[in-house]
Each structure stands twice: as C-alpha cells, then as structure tokens.
Write a protein that binds this ligand. Structure first.
Ligand code: ADP
Ligand code: MG
Length: 478
C-alpha cells in the first residue's frame, strides 16, 4: 500500500466512524461496509464503490452525512470522488489497489462528484436564531420524495389519505383540524404527513409549513428553557400556517413540553391554522398525555393507517422499483408481497437489500436470492416492542395474568415477575423510568430503578433467575 492510499484509508476510516454513529447498523452494513478508500489528493478523497447503483444510492440518500464527515476530516474544500469498479469484483484487493491510481484503465471508471460545500439553502433551520421574526423564511424540513403521488392508495389508508388531500387543498379550512394520523410502525404516517406539507407548499407557496418530530420539538423546548428564551420558541411556532408534529406519543410523560404545545396548539387552532399530528396509538390508548391535550387531539379527525392488503403491497413494490429504475420478475414481486407482512418499511428494506446484493455481486435478481434474503431479513430485523407486550410475555412465562403482575402483592414470585417486566421495559423501549412505573402497576421511577438493579444483581448470583432472564430475552427478541 503506498502512502496516498494509506492516508486516504485513515481519512475514510475516520469518516466511517462518524457515519456509523449516525445511521442505522443495517444501512451502514449495506452501503458503507463495501466501500474502500483509494487515494487522497488535494483534499479530494476517492472511494471505491461496487457499482453505479451504489454511487447513486449514496448520493441520493447520504450526501449530507458524507459531506459533514468529509468537512470534519478535510475542511471546507473537501471533495469526494467515486471510483466505480466495473471489473470482476472477485479479484484480490491488493491488485485492485495497485491498479487504481492509473484510473484510465478500461476496467475502472472514475467519476468525480463534488461534495457540495455549503448548504444550498441558507434559510433558517434553527428556530432560535431569529432576528426580527417577520421576514424570516422557514425551512419546512419536508422531504419532497414523500409526496402524494408515491403514497399509494388502498383500503388500508383511504380515509387518512383523502382527508390529508382535502387538507392540502384547504389548510385550516376543513373540519379535519387537527388531523391525527395513527397506526403501527412503518405504515406510512411520516410519509403521509410530509405529503400533505409538500402538497400545501405546491399549492400555496406563500404558506409557512413546518414538519417537526415531537422528539425534536421537545429538544428545542428544553433548549429554550435552558437559554431562557422560551417565549421566542413559542412565537416561532405561532407563526406557522401548517404545523406537522410527527410521533406525538413521544410527548407522553413530558408535562412541560405538553404544556407549551397546548398553548401553541390553541393559538394556531384559534387562528385557523392547520395542525397535523401522527401517533403510533389511537388517542384512547395514549398514556401519560394530559387530558386537555388529548381532548384537543380529538377535535378534528383521527384516521388510522392499517397494513396494506396484497394488491396494495404489490403496487407499492412496483412503484418503488419503477422509481429506482430496477426491473424485477413478476414472480419475485409476488413472493415479496406474500411474505413480508409486517410493515411497509420492511418491505422496502427487503427490496433494497435485494437490489444491493445483486448489484454488489453483479448477479441477476432471482427467486432463490429473494428467498434467502427475505429469510435473513425478516429474522434480523428487530421489532419494536411495547411495554404492554413485555408485560404480556413475562406474565405468560410465569403463568399469571397481567393484573396479577401489576397488583400490589409482595409475594416473591409476583414481585420478581414485575421486576423483570420493568427491567425489560427499560432495556427494550425508550420509555422513561417514570413512564415504565406508571404503566406497570402505577409505581414510581425509584421502584423501577430498584427493579433494574435487583435484576442485574440476581442474574449474577442466582442461577435460576439468570435462566429467567435468558429465556425472556429470547422470547422478547423474537
Ligand atoms: P411510519 O412513520 O408510520 O413508521 P413511514 O411513513 O416512515 O412509516 O413509512 C415507511 C416506509 O413505507 C416509507 O419509506 C414510506 O415511503 C413507505 N410507505 C408507507 N406507506 C406507503 C404507501 N401507501 N405507498 C408507498 N409507500 C409507502
Ligand atoms: Mg414515522
């Protein structure tokens, strides 16, 4: 390895560490592990990717993070060049490395792609740097790829979709205010909420639209309290015409944020502004959300997204393939639609793995490949578990019902079951100690903390108990 490849490797490895921290392990494995640094010259880092498809995918989905990583390593003048290996991918690494500097070899195609140096859009991203609020343009934070056109319609989403469309034509002017879109993971809540925003922007460019996740909203709020500019925060949100808050279940148990959201909501609603909310639960099932806020969520329309039926799944797959410019035999499409029944994100994940795999190995997409991948894919994908689900599994395991597990009794085996449920809730969900306690028999956060410590201790000292933990870990990881 010569000196330029060596420095290039070091620089790229540092970039990869940063990237790995910021994306999902699955994406990292699929898109970044197969890359390799080739050379570094004049702040331009060349990396080798297995195919043109990889390069396009990286550019489409990861350009921002690539830019951040490179700028960190090489400064503002950083450039990224892709080397697409058109040769036989089974060749040894060393020979490939040595060959590469003379990039005009027929088997190696070098394609220079500049990493955009500055954000194209200098508009406001952060609500806290608002000098003279009035004339500020707000970046909507919308993803234009999540539009109505590629949000395919089916029985599973008809109500939510058409209500969303009606709103986009008349924001604030329908009885669907707020619109609450709810449904399980990966069923299209985020996509549909963006689509409404994108459509509004198209029809009413002068309207201020803002998409924000409830999590980000919460962070911003906490920050504003720290910096003592809570009022600026509230004013910022009060000038929005169409406010989209994604995953409002995240607000559960956060009373300060709920309170501020309540005021913003009232202000917007009274002024005929549109509010769109999404949640993974129906309003009746939302825990730890203040009653006054919940009742407001129910003012407009709550529309559920369900898992799409077979025809819609086929249509979604075809649309995705069309969008990515990939051909796939009908039998494979049917196989995927038949076998992935969990959610649309997994369906897409499987398609992407399939394309990446065949592109990496330069092989055809075959039914066999699809079968192997789906098997691995479905096995390796962790489901999100809920506290309810954990309580159910733990109770079943100890042959008791959930009420017994939650009861106030001090009977040893019941206490242990309860503590295990708390321990796994802490381990497998993002819920706070307080919220776990409330959901498992109305205990406080100290009880949950104590439970977690007890389980840790017992599983080190007590063989039988260790077995419980192992069995339950297995049951809960599906
Ligand atoms: P959620 O927010 O409910 O977890 P997302 O909106 O992130 O789900 O959707 C997961 C993936 O499924 C996204 O890539 C989205 O584009 C896709 N998707 C969901 N519903 C549809 C649909 N009706 N048509 C096409 N793609 C969809
Ligand atoms: Mg979402």
């Amino acid at each position: 390895m010569n000196i330029t490849t060596m420095t290039a490797t070091v620089v790229w490895e540092n970039c990869l560490i940063f990237i790995k921290d910021n994306i999902s392990p699955q994406s990292y494995r699929t898109w970044f592990e197969p890359t390799k640094a080739v050379k570094l010259a004049n702040n331009a880092l060349s990396i080798q990717v297995p195919s043109k498809f990889f390069y396009e995918w990286l550019e489409e989905h990861y350009v921002k993070i690539l830019r951040s990583a490179l700028v960190r390593e090489l400064g503002e003048n950083a450039k990224l060049l892709y080397v697409i290996n058109m040769g036989n991918s089974k060749e040894g690494d060393a020979s490939l490395m040595e060959r590469l500097p003379s990039s005009n070899r027929a088997s190696v195609k070098e394609q220079a792609i500049n990493v955009p140096l500055k954000t194209k859009n200098p508009e406001l991203k952060n609500p806290f740097v608002i000098p003279g609020i009035r004339d500020v343009k707000i970046d909507s934070q919308l993803n234009v790829n999540f539009n109505f056109e590629n949000f395919l319609e089916g029985d599973s989403n008809r109500l939510a979709r058409s209500a969303g469309y009606a709103i986009a034509n008349k924001p604030g002017g329908t009885s669907f205010n707020p619109l609450l879109i709810f449904g399980g993971v990966g069923l299209g809540k985020t996509h549909l909420s963006h689509a409404i925003g994108v459509e509004v922007k198209e029809k009413f460019p002068e309207k201020t639209v803002l998409y924000v996740s409830a999590e980000k909203f919460t962070q911003q709020y906490i920050e504003s309290v720290k910096k003592n500019n809570r009022n600026d925060f509230i004013h910022f949100y009060q000038i929005i015409d169409v406010l989209i808050v994604d995953d409002v279940q995240f607000l559960s148990g956060k009373s300060g944020t709920q309170d501020v959201f309540f005021h913003i909501f009232n202000h917007l609603h009274q002024n005929g502004k549109q509010v769109i909310l999404t949640s993974d639960k129906a309003p009746v099932d939302m825990q730890d959300i203040e009653q006054r806020l919940l009742s407001r969520f129910k003012w407009g329309l709550s529309a559920e997204l369900n898992f799409p039926d077979y025809e819609t799944r086929v249509a979604i797959i075809k649309n995705k393939l069309f969008h990515d410019g990939v051909d796939m035999p009908e039998e494979i499409i049917q196989f995927l639609a038949n076998n992935i029944k969990t959610n649309i994100r997994e369906l897409e994940g499987a398609i992407i793995s399939l394309i990446a795999h065949s592109s990496y190995n330069k092989s055809e997409i075959t039914l066999d490949l699809a079968k192997t991948l789906v098997e691995n894919y479905v096995k390796n994908t962790k489901r999100e578990v809920s506290i309810d689900y954990i309580q159910k599994i733990v109770s079943d395991y100890f042959s008791m019902d959930v009420e017994t597990l939650q009861s106030k009794t001090r009977k040893r085996h019941i206490v242990q079951a309860r503590q295990l449920a708390m321990y796994f809730s802490k381990k497998l969900t993002k819920a706070s100690l307080a919220s776990i306690g409330r959901q498992i028999g109305k205990r406080d956060h100290a009880t949950v903390l104590h439970a977690c410590k007890t389980v840790d201790n017992l599983s080190m000292t007590d063989k039988q108990f260790k077995k419980y933990v192992e069995d339950l870990t297995q049951k809960l990881s599906m």
